[in-house]
Ligand binder design. Structure first.
Ligand code: DGL
Length: 290
């Protein structure tokens, strides 16, 4: 399909995490029109298998293609880590992920880098590999934080339990005296307040959203796809409950959007069944030190 500069940029995540990217997009690319999709019916993605993530991502991209997007930003680290390389060449529009732009940003900030991410992202070693590719001397510690996404989705940010869990997750990073912390999941910038309170020393925070927005701006420029006109209001779509998501948006965006429920192609295959019956990852997932 011919890409028009007027078309929307597709942005997707499993839930409210992608709103941290959307907020930055409003700041960096205020003229662009956005189609936001949250796969709320199937979150959290962080405990899904690689096969499932690739399947879900293809469904989302197929749908976005039908909606005529000119570019897609995966506002989801888990999808970026597990599916980007597989699907990137399957579509005729540019697809941007978070990992490589964020890794390039992180190595400019520090030499002892902590990554907090979903279990699936940590297991993929996508951040570790991307950082080591740029500079093998940089030390990286990764922690899987499986409890964060459900707590954030339930808006339990200031619940004492969330702080207790966050303290446990950050402990190994504190012991290793990281100088830089990467939000390896787009949900986590919502926790910035409590993470700053827990860390006993200052660190550089790396929000991949900043770097993907810069990359998107560059790509639009290169492909001559920047919107020259006024943006359309953001279109919000979810796979689950639209009212519930609209209420969450009010909290994170400051307004209550109209939200549509979209039915993606039916999920078939054993992968989904396997994930739904598999035992959840234990907490914490352990730390990988390199
Ligand atoms: N916010 C997504 C990420 O960046 C997905 C989190 C989840 O659904 O587990 O990884």
């Amino acid at each position: 399909m011919k890409q028009s500069w007027r078309n929307r940029i597709g942005v997707f995540d499993s839930g409210v995490g992608g709103l941290t990217v959307l907020r930055k997009l409003y700041r960096y690319l205020p003229k662009e029109s956005i189609l936001y999709f949250a796969d709320t019916l199937r979150l959290p993605y962080g405990k899904r298998s690689r096969e499932e993530i690739i399947l879900f991502v293809r469904q989302i991209l197929d749908w976005m293609k039908g909606e005529g997007v000119k570019m897609v930003i995966m506002a989801c680290n888990t999808s970026s880590a597990l599916a980007l390389e597989v699907v990137q060449s399957e579509y005729d529009f540019p697809i941007l992920g978070l990992i490589h732009p964020a890794a390039r940003g992180a190595v400019k900030k520090g030499k002892r880098i902590g990554i907090i991410a979903t279990v699936a992202t940590v297991k993929s070693n996508a951040y570790l590999n991307a950082i080591k590719e740029i500079n093998p001397r940089i030390q990286v510690w990764q922690v899987g934080c499986p409890e964060f996404v459900p707590l954030i989705e339930q808006n339990r940010i200031y619940d004492p339990y969330t702080k207790k869990v966050a303290r446990e997750y950050l402990q190994p990073l504190i012991e290793n005296r990281i100088d830089t912390l990467v939000y390896g999941c787009t949900h986590y910038p919502h926790l910035r307040g409590i993470l700053t309170e827990i860390l006993p020393f200052p660190v550089h925070f790396v929000d991949p959203a900043d770097y993907v927005c810069i990359a998107a701006a560059r790509e639009l420029e290169l492909l001559n796809l920047k919107n020259h006109s006024y943006p359309l209001p953001t279109r919000f779509c979810v796979s689950g409950d639209s009212q519930e998501f609209a209420a969450k948006c009010k909290h994170w965006l400051g307004f209550t959007p109209q939200v549509e429920t979209i039915t993606l192609p039916a999920v078939s295959g054993d992968a989904v069944v396997a994930a739904e019956t598999s035992t959840p990852q234990s907490l914490p997932t352990g730390i990988l030190t390199f």
